[in-house]
Design a protein around this ligand. Structure first.
Ligand code: PLP
Length: 430
């Protein structure tokens, strides 16, 4: 493939944007080479500035669950834009999407919209602290909850890719209130709570981790976490920025049958526009300004274009009773196909999958937490990434990221992908 124009655009971008990108995960630092510049996208495909067609397994890092330029979403945005793009005043569509979200997700009464997943998680933690009157939070190594200060402690996603899970600029004061636990290790969480008795406001977790590859919770882990929170009067926050409206209508809560106290959303809920949200039962949400003392605000929060995109997306997911099982079936097909090819080619690997999230790790051990995820062979991943790209398949340029399956993918696309995996890994040089 030829990436001449992308490479030239990157040189220009680097002069005026740090690292040439507006979010580090877009850079190819983890895999080498220069990022690809997208011209347009439709359905399951990206078209880059050199007119290459790529099958997309990133899908804007999750939001495009029904494919790119999905007509009902595009139409809704275009129609809204004609009537003004921002007012900073209440609009009916905010109530409409809130009603729909509350009806789709179990156990939430009210939802507040913000502009990103970061804001959603940051605000959820502030609310938990304000509600409980306690300061400390527990997060899990390898989980990513956005780039707010309290979360950049052993964070996953780009923070892990670039070896900066603990970012300079986060003060010691902030860091001391974030306690770090091992994913899928309930003993470890119990010890942390015992050592900080009466001080822990909340536990925040990706109920299915997606930022150290895809890692499912072990059987009983989330149930035990729920029970610990109940015993110690700690709020359980599910960060469903990735899993919300993706794993089921009601997200991981519904799929796994566990109720959190506060739920964070992002990605799918915005249909590809900048949206995040956090939600809980009345008792908790009523602590937010202007009803209560916990302050949270946003000039562009509930922006009409973003709400139109999100509402159109949620409407589609709500009325299509088959969509989540269809997505899971496609992902299972891909999983089986890739596993067969890698086995045939004698490539050591582990594949994790939940619903429409899947990741391939180049190591034979079970991947259950950050430590085991980090064991994956990064050199092999680099070769795999570039090989797949040459075959016209775009996966995330990092071994710590999940592939997101979109409903726009056909079984021909999946077969194409499996064949690409075969071609890439069936080489002496791999
Ligand atoms: N939480 C999770 C689980 C995420 O995966 C992400 C982003 O990837 C975030 C929070 C942050 O969301 P945003 O990038 O919209 O700020």
């Amino acid at each position: 493939m030829n990436y001449k124009r992308s490479s030239a655009l990157f040189v220009e971008a680097e002069k005026v944007i740090p690292g040439g990108v507006n979010s580090p995960v877009r850079a190819f630092k983890g895999v080498g080479g220069t990022p690809i510049f997208v011209k347009e996208a439709k359905g399951a495909y990206l078209y880059d500035e050199d007119d290459n067609r790529l099958i997309d397994y990133i899908n804007s890092w999750g939001p495009m669950i029904l494919g790119h330029a999905y007509k009902p979403v595009v139409d809704a945005v275009v129609e809204k834009a004609k009537k003004g793009t921002s007012f900073g005043m209440p609009t009916e569509i905010e109530t409409k999407i809130a009603e729909l979200a509350v009806s789709m997700v179990p156990n939430i009464d009210k939802i507040r919209f913000v502009n990103s997943g970061t804001e959603a998680c940051m605000s959820a933690v502030r609310l938990a602290r304000g509600f409980s009157g306690k300061d400390k939070i527990i997060k899990f190594a390898g989980c990513y909850h956005g780039h707010s200060d309290s979360f950049l402690i052993q964070a996953g996603s780009g923070a892990s890719t670039f070896g900066t899970p603990n970012s300079p600029g986060v003060t010691k004061g902030t860091a001391k209130d974030t306690l770090l636990a091992r994913y899928n290790d309930i003993e470890n969480v119990t010890q942390l709570i015992e050592a900080n008795k009466g001080e822990v406001a909340c536990i925040i977790i990706e109920p299915v981790a997606g930022n150290m590859g895809c890692i499912p919770p072990k059987e009983g882990f989330l149930e035990a976490l729920r029970a610990l929170c109940d015993t110690h009067n700690i709020l359980l926050i599910f960060d469903e920025v990735m899993t919300g409206f993706r794993l089921a209508k009601g997200g991981a809560q519904e799929l796994l049958g566990i109720d959190a106290d506060i739920v964070c959303f992002g990605k799918v809920i915005g249909g590809g526009l900048p949206v995040g949200a956090f939600a809980a039962r009345d008792e908790i949400m009523n602590h937010l300004a202007p009803l209560g003392p916990v302050y949270q605000a946003g000039t562009l929060s509930g922006n009409p274009l973003a709400m139109a995109a999100g509402l159109a997306m949620l409407n589609e997911l709500n009325k299509d009773t088959e969509v989540f099982s269809r997505l899971a079936q496609k992902t299972e097909y891909l999983h089986k196909g890739i596993a067969k090819v890698l086995n045939d080619n004698n490539i050591v690997h582990t594949i994790n999958r939940v619903g429409s999230m899947i990741s391939v790790h180049f190591d034979s051990s079970e991947v259950v937490d950050f430590e085991t995820s980090a064991k994956g062979n990064n050199d092999t991943f680099k070769k795999f990434f570039h090989g797949m790209l040459d075959e016209g398949v775009y996966i995330a340029p990092s071994a710590f990221e999940t592939w997101f399956i979109t409903d726009a993918l056909t079984y021909e696309d999946l077969d194409f992908t499996i064949t690409a995996v075969d071609k890439v890994t069936n080489k002496e040089t791999f």
